[in-house]
Design a protein around this ligand. Sequence first.
Ligand code: GLA
Length: 377
Amino acid sequence: MIRGFFEAFGRDPEGIWAAPGRLNIIGEFTDYNDGFVLPMAIDAVTTAAVARRRDDVIRVSSSGAPATTTPLASSRICNLTPGNTASWSSYAFGVVWAMTEAGHAIGGVDVFIESKVPIGAGLSSSAALECALGLALRDLFASTISLQDLALLCQRAENAYVGVPCGIMDQTASLCCTAGHAIEFDTRSGEIEQVDFDLSAAGLELLVIDTQVRHQLATSAYGDRRSACELAAKAIGVKALRDATLADLDKIPDDVVRRRARHVITENERVLSVAALLRSRRFIEVGPILSAAHQSLKDDFEVSCAELDLAVDIATHAGAFGARMIGGGFGGCVIALIRSEDQRTIERSVTAAFASNGFTPPRIFGALAAPGARRVR
Ligand code: GLA
């Protein structure tokens, strides 16, 4: 990190900040419906090495950039303009822009980014980048911002600067999660509760199966689904689908829109059920709820794909208590709740099934609830 920063900028950074990707245990596509989510941080992080400058220029480089002594991208802060989606550096510029817009006196910085969060896997690599830099800028220039307000600014960077209409789950998870816990997050009230999530004591674990499928479709479909949810709330006559019940579904004339709404309504109930089960340490009973969520994402929300469905199917048949796709869909990862001793068997079964279907070999690993964003140096 320090070497990368030095090679890019010819000096040492003032500090290094890290922010994790997140894994959402349950509550998919509920965040932009004012609903509930239950994510945890993973141990893969994005790190930002940062040093202040004397002017108002932001320069951003990354370990992904070709070895060069010139920075990858740079701009004066006053020239930052939303809608510049050309590259990953927009996420960094977006954070500076959003914090400045909110009235914080952010000065020029040199930034070097290194990411260990797989991109497009449904593990929130973009939120990790925003939050690592956001936390650095908070510490260096705007120490009064709360973590939840910083999450909102990072979300604004993504919504308004980069142009991705994401909800508030990922940034909040990356900034507010703590080791050994998931957060039960009410996206309407902003209330966060740390829920104990130590599966290992019960001989269990969450297995992550990364299908390695990265679909471009995810971005456009994400906006479509979000619009359908807004239409549904309007047809029902509520502010957001958070306020709707299954009985309201009859008020939605369009079959597709009705199914989208049914996913959100049932998914909110699933989040509350899973949080209650975790609190009473009835972990195994979470399994069937994960599988029900997958069914709903596949049939009602229609964001799954063949690889995700196969991973869920095979993992469940090979002994998982339940499994589901996570994140924006059309690829990325499945999580499966398993007994630790079954890990090898399940891994082998899934890998063999992917091979016999001609799919790219999946990457499979166990996930523990890791700490949220922090200064590491
Ligand atoms: C993406 C978005 C989140 C959330 C999930 C789906 O990760 O960034 O805000 O909507 O999809 O649950």
